[in-house]
Write a protein of this length. Structure first.
Length: 196
């Protein structure tokens, strides 16, 4: 019997095969970071995926943390994943068996209001570089959604810039840059903890 597979799309300037390979590497990087966080795998944590796209990182969180409740949001207006939609993200979560714990909604990092302290973990993959100079405002929004014992993991391309790190260091107590060997480009994962 043929099992349906999730479709997480093709990244901008990429092929379906290279996008799938990149996602495998990114998923491993995030899993390594998850292992270093103070949450147990079985803990009932609440996760927010900023710019969830087709739900790739949301589903990776749900897979690693089997009791997590994951909320993802995206605008899908100027997305680098062609053919993106919340319906496709929901379908991917359903295919992987996570639809009871993963929810998606339309939202904008600049317009959405999330209560401080609601989430234990905030994640994002390949989103913040799309904001250009507005990413500094997005970092401030992100910090306003965290609490002293919550974490944010941001995987993206812009983080070698001193201005990003300077801004984030003013917003969070701890900022750790994790280079991503083998992913390509200038991809890094930032681990942020404790707002200032």
């Amino acid at each position: 019997m043929h099992r349906e597979r999730p479709d997480f799309g093709t990244y901008h300037h990429s092929t379906p095969r290279s996008s799938a390979e990149m996602r495998k590497k990114i998923k491993l990087l995030f899993r390594e970071r998850f292992r270093n966080l103070p949450f147990s795998k079985k803990q009932e944590i609440k996760v927010l995926d900023v710019g969830c796209g087709l739900g790739f990182i949301s589903c990776a969180c749900a897979e690693f943390y089997p009791n997590a409740l994951v909320s993802g949001f995206d605008t899908f207006e100027d997305d680098s994943l062609r053919g993106s939609s919340l319906a496709k993200a929901r379908k991917n979560a359903e295919i992987l068996g996570f639809s009871d714990r993963v929810r998606f909604r339309k939202g904008d990092v600049f317009g959405s209001n999330f209560r401080r302290g609601k989430y234990d973990l905030i994640v994002s993959n390949l989103v913040f570089h799309n904001f250009g100079e507005k990413r500094f405002d997005a970092y401030a929004r992100l910090a306003s959604w965290t609490r002293a014992d919550s974490y944010a993991l941001l995987g993206d391309l812009m983080f070698e810039l001193a201005s990003d790190l300077k801004c984030l260091s003013k917003l969070f107590r701890n900022v750790t840059v994790v280079p991503a060997k083998g992913v390509g480009f200038t991809y890094k994962v930032l681990v942020l903890s404790g707002p200032k």
